[in-house]
Design a protein around this ligand. Structure first.
Ligand SMILES: Cc1cc2nc3c(=O)[nH]c(=O)nc-3n(C[C@H](O)[C@H](O)[C@H](O)COP(=O)(O)O)c2cc1C
Length: 235
């Protein structure tokens, strides 16, 4: 008779399946040219709060979400859901709920220091872009995974992973010739209710996506210089 321990295959961790990397070599000069081009393109991205109502085809949004989900994620848990809303009734509901919270923020909850930090952006509790932009992409994070068995399994580095995914979404959106805003109403629990998300999907932000209004203006902001944000320790 064999004891369970005698069958060693039962106790061996599964071997990971490794496949060749898809990689196209790039010469150093071309590498530099591409790095510069990527910077010059993405440096032009701005947060936009004045949208046109010009439609954007669903297929475009599908590719942006596909790009977002190429992001690395802690233990490859892919702890995200992207809910893309173009339904006018849902957008109105989201706007009304967001403005109700924002109004309380601006009139009661924000500290003078916070209001001071927002001053250069010229923002207030009115959020018309939530109805005007053709798409609202609402990002959710999953701090736990719900297995079919009903078991809950913890995800790792969830905020970092979702942040990277949103970064890739924004880069792809910009490359596609669109504009967007990373909008974080607070609190934003209303998004789970309106969009009927399961309890392990926690809302992170709303990304209105579309074309800029003809008279779109943006705050005159400066970005920190490389010397202020980077430290090189070279050998
Ligand atoms: C995590 C996060 C949350 C933000 N939340 C808001 C927001 O709630 N409302 C808003 O108008 N802008 C919001 N922004 C946009 C910032 O104000 C904006 O990125 C910043 O002013 C720099 O401008 P730029 O994106 O044009 O470079 C947010 C940005 C990030 C990254």
């Amino acid at each position: 008779m064999t004891t369970p321990d005698a069958d060693t295959s039962l106790n061996q961790p599964q071997q990971p399946v490794l496949v060749p990397l898809r990689y196209t070599p790039v010469e150093p000069q071309e590498c530099l040219a591409r790095a510069r081009r990527a910077y010059e393109q993405l440096e032009q991205r701005r947060s936009v709060r004045h949208f046109s109502d010009r439609p954007v085809p669903r297929e475009v949004i599908e590719y942006l979400i596909r790009t977002a989900t190429t992001a690395p994620s802690g233990a490859h848990k892919q702890p995200w859901t992207f809910v893309a809303v173009s339904d006018p009734a849902l957008k109105t509901e989201i706007r009304q709920a967001a403005e109700a919270e924002e109004r309380k923020n601006y009139e009661q909850r924000l500290t003078p220091e916070w209001l001071d930090a927002l001053q250069p952006l010229g923002v207030d509790w009115h959020k018309p872009f939530l109805e005007i932009a053709p798409w609202l992409v609402v990002v959710f994070k999953q701090t736990v995974e719900l297995l079919g068995s009903g078991e809950r399994r913890k995800n790792y580095y969830v905020s970092e992973s979702v942040g990277i995914a949103v970064g890739l979404f924004l880069a792809a959106m910009h490359q596609a010739g669109l504009v967007a805003l990373t909008y974080t109403p607070s609190p934003m629990k209303f998004l789970s209710e309106i969009l009927k998300r399961p309890p392990n999907d926690k809302p992170v932000m709303i990304i209105p996506v579309g074309y800029p209004a003809g008279d779109c203006r943006v705050p005159d902001l400066q970005r920190k210089r490389l010397e202020e944000v980077a430290v090189f320790l070279e050998g």
